[in-house]
Design a protein around this ligand. Sequence first.
Ligand SMILES: C[S@@+](CC[C@H](N)C(=O)[O-])C[C@H]1O[C@@H](n2cnc3c(N)ncnc32)[C@H](O)[C@@H]1O
Length: 265
Amino acid sequence: MRRDTVPLLRCPRCLRGGLSAGADSAELLFGPLSCVRCEARYPVSEGVADLSPDHPEPAGLLQRGFELPLVARGYERSIRPLAQAALALRRHDAQSEALVYRSLLGAPPGPVLDLGCGTGLLARKLSREPGFPPVIGMDLSRAMLEEALAQAREHGAAVDLLRAQAPALPFQDGALGAVLHVGGLHLFPSIDTLLREVHRVLAPGGRYVASTYLPPRLRAGQWLQASAGLYPRTEDTLQRALKAAGFRGFERLLLPPFILVKAVN
Ligand SMILES: C[S@@+](CC[C@H](N)C(=O)[O-])C[C@H]1O[C@@H](n2cnc3c(N)ncnc32)[C@H](O)[C@@H]1O
């Protein structure tokens, strides 16, 4: 993690204090981050800060899968493209996908958070663009973050990685220029708190760009998905939730069964 990223962070325990690092090197590889207010300490290992060290084992089947090293290793090459192709019933084209997210993000006025970054596929691409603001990847899964770290090193990408559990976001108010949230909204049974948090951490004019998928038509399908811990949402529901969280300028791109949304702080 770059030292410059530390002032953007907020203690997830007391929700008030900033964090400070012991060492003063430009890159923090090891050593704790400490809350300047409540003195909570968070480990940093190989540059990855763990801001959710006491998080219990995940309950959902899907999240338990994301915690498996084997899943994390095969995620980018096979699991992700296969899952997307199976849902969309057509070949997945990673280059087009990246281009769409890039154009939805515009010119972020500050650091960009890839929320639920997984193995950091999109975070790496963004971080390599000349002049693009610093990119931070956040995820709950240790296995995904380990793979993200290995991939970032292999590709020479400068992405700051941290482990934390949404819906709480461990950032100061207005600290970020954009939040990218790909394939993650449907993992939350309720999105109201999450969207309020995204709104809080974005600077004025900052964008939230997210993708999820639309609910199946049949009620039985919806019930099955909810029992599997998946909560797809309609365009109307997303638009209403974003407005209630304080966002404006809702735009969406329908690529059934996926829906991509962009909203401005
Ligand atoms: C479907 S994957 C998408 C990964 C990545 N955005 C991509 O497009 O490849 C969802 C990711 O969200 C992470 N995740 C799930 N619940 C989370 C939470 N409450 N806080 C942070 N990350 C979470 C999972 O660990 C997983 O890596």
